[in-house]
Design a protein around this ligand. Structure first.
Ligand code: ZN
Ligand code: MN
Length: 153
């Protein structure tokens, strides 16, 4: 999935057929804020279509991307994540659990000095990384446990 271009120049509209499986993928993605990976989507779709292959899910995601109906989110370096919202908003990812939160679409930032003359900017990505509240808590508990062990010794 990582080799899919960010923006496709030639949408393959003619190749798209709305199968029940594709409709289910769209249904699962619609309004979905969790930015699922292809594997997560496959597990979810397989509940309703037990025989569906990962390849079918990948191919469907590719054609949906080509049609601009979904966005590929690349903030997670380990795998592509998918987003039904294609308005160019920014993302914030938890480096511990991989949770991706939406941030509002940012204004275009100033381009730092050094851009070669004549280089036309087409689009940009703003990615933020951090630790989510849920992941911040267990770390605190671990610290408490190690303190208790020290006290017992
Ligand atoms: Zn987290
Ligand atoms: Mn998003």
């Amino acid at each position: 999935m990582r080799n899919i271009p960010y923006k496709r120049s030639a949408p393959a509209r003619h190749a798209f057929r709305m199968t029940p499986q594709r409709a289910e993928i769209l249904r699962v993605l619609e309004g979905n804020k969790s930015h699922p990976s292809a594997e997560q989507l496959h597990r979810r779709i397989a509940r309703k279509f037990p025989g569906i292959s990962v390849a079918t899910v990948y191919n469907t995601l590719e054609s949906l991307l080509g049609r601009g109906e979904i966005a590929e989110v690349r903030i997670d370096r380990s795998r592509s994540r998918f987003d039904p919202c294609t308005d160019g908003h920014a993302h914030l990812m938890c480096v511990k659990c991989g949770l991706i939160a939406d941030l509002k679409a940012p204004p275009r930032p100033p381009v730092p000095a050094g851009k070669p003359a004549g280089f036309q900017i087409l689009h940009f990505n703003l990615e933020f990384y951090g630790v989510c509240p849920a992941c911040a808590k267990p770390a605190g508990r671990k610290e408490n446990k190690s303190c208790q062990k020290k006290e017992k010794k």
